[in-house]
Design a protein around this ligand. Structure first.
Ligand SMILES: Nc1nc2c(c(=O)[nH]1)N[C@H]1C(S)=C(S)[C@@H](COP(=O)(O)OP(=O)(O)OC[C@H]3O[C@@H](n4cnc5c(N)ncnc54)[C@H](O)[C@@H]3O)O[C@H]1N2
Ligand code: MOO
Length: 406
């Protein structure tokens, strides 16, 4: 049977992402924004630090008198500023994070001084330049600065930054809802009771776990038998979600019913079959009813194919819906630790172990081999029609951890 040529990965990803407009914006507590994406640029409401602060423990003195000795006239502790001005010949005991008193322009480290009663003397070297141990007002950011761009993922550093920039709430894109529909007559829900003609239904839980790195609300529907009516009923039970991901039944067999079931349900096929190995039969469809638009990503049933296409398509789609500026995983450059054969007409994602220096393909590359997938932490990205490569040759890899987003 003649078929249209397979789509290239980049084109398929671009077509999928073009279908996905970021979801509505909501304001959430900064504390609970972990994993979300900022929906608008965040402007600082305050300057940080709001005044010159000491970066070390020591004594604050004027710039005009760096040789001492000095008379200690008081203390500036964190949260307890010294209320007077400092003159030449005077020093104020100061702690890390405390306000630099008026008139002071240098902090001499306590390690470089000796103190006797109320007199401190230099025993080491004074700070050079004098302001070396002073954190300048606005060193981090100033009120009005755009401290975060729209589309930035909110991680621990961004939570701290938003709070220190004076925000209790931040605008993020709402959590997408996702239904996971796995299908196949051979699937056994209970792995402890699985006949020879069956296989434990592992793809649904695997995909659920894959998307857990993102703040997505998931609903599991399945396993669903390989029948049009049961598949359509599952889609109907997912008619309110943003994204439906299916697993299995995406290929060309008599029981591969995802496409006809989607069409019968009223969805329109966006594309089907991409030139990648594993994962060729992936499909994308959309359905719009009464202003509610849904996207469907149909993943192949082979577990490794489902994992790889989940990584290359489903996670980027969810990130795009959540407003990510960079939804796609990124590769890093490394070297092959073993020779690799020439590739065929599909771009290959070779399961591999990356040790920080080089990547070694795992022995079994079958798209049903979960032990080999589990032993891997990276995918070597091999172009289609590439010649064989030798040990030490440059390769690019996707790291599996964190969906490939550093
Ligand atoms: N004549 C052709 N046959 C196949 C082609 C092709 O182009 N021509 N493509 C092959 C490729 S590539 C893939 S990938 C698979 C994908 O097929 P399906 O998406 O239709 O997947 P199934 O047939 O339903 O299942 C494949 C395999 O995976 C197991 N499976 C399915 N669901 C689960 C699950 N939830 N948990 C665990 N394992 C699951 C299933 O038992 C099968 O062994 O098609 C090739 N065939
Ligand atoms: O795409 Mo299939 O995933 O080659 O096994």
């Amino acid at each position: 049977m003649a078929r249209s040529p397979l789509l290239a990965l980049e084109e398929a990803q671009a077509r999928l992402l073009a279908l996905a407009a970021p979801l509505q914006i909501e304001r959430v507590d900064v504390d609970s924004a972990l994993g979300r994406f900022l929906a608008e640029p965040l402007l600082a409401r305050r300057t940080q630090p709001a005044a010159d602060l000491s970066a070390m423990d020591g004594y604050a003195v004027t710039r005009h008198d760096m040789a001492g000795p000095w008379r200690v006239i008081g203390e500036s502790a964190a949260g307890h500023p010294f209320p007077h001005s400092v003159e030449p010949g005077q020093a104020v005991r100061i702690s890390t994070g405390a306000l630099i008193p008026e008139g002071a322009g240098a902090v001499v480290l306590q390690e470089d001084l000796s103190r006797e009663d109320e007199t401190v003397r230099l025993t080491g070297t004074p700070p050079d330049p004098p302001h070396r141990h002073i954190r300048r007002c606005g060193m981090d950011f100033c009120a009005g600065d755009a401290v975060l761009d729209a589309g930035t993922p909110v991680g621990p550093a961004q939570i701290a930054l938003a709070l220190s920039a004076g925000h209790r709430h931040i605008p993020v894109t709402r959590r997408p809802t996702l239904a996971i529909v796995d299908s196949g007559d051979e699937l056994a829900v209970d792995p402890e009771s699985c006949a020879r003609h069956q296989i434990p239904a592992s793809n649904g839980p695997m995909l659920d776990a894959l998307v857990r790195s993102l703040p997505v609300d998931t609903r599991r529907l399945g396993p669903v038998p390989d029948r049009l009516d049961t598949l359509i009923a599952a889609f109907e039970a997912a008619a309110d979600v943003d994204v439906i991901v299916t697993s299995g039944g995406a290929s060309v067999g008599d029981h591969d019913l995802i496409r006809p079931a989607l069409e019968a349900w009223g969805a329109t096929l966006g594309f089907w079959r991409v030139g990648i190995k594993p994962g060729k039969p992936i499909l994308v469809a959309e359905r719009a009813v009464g202003g509610h638009r849904q996207l469907v990503v149909g993943l192949p049933g082979n577990p490794v194919s489902g994992f790889v296409t989940g990584y290359l398509f489903l996670l980027p789609l969810l990130r795009k819906l959540m407003g990510a500026a960079q939804p796609l995983p990124r590769t890093i450059a490394t070297r092959a630790a073993a020779p690799m054969p020439a590739t065929g007409s599909r771009r290959e994602f070779v399961r591999a172990v990356w040790d920080g220096d080089s990547a070694t393909p795992v022995n079994v590359q079958d798209s049903g081999a979960l032990a080999a997938l589990s032993a891997s932490n990276a995918l070597i990205d091999r172009p289609a029609h590439a010649p064989a490569i030798l040990v030490g040759d440059p390769v690019r890899i996707f790291l599996l951890q964190n969906g490939g987003i550093a």
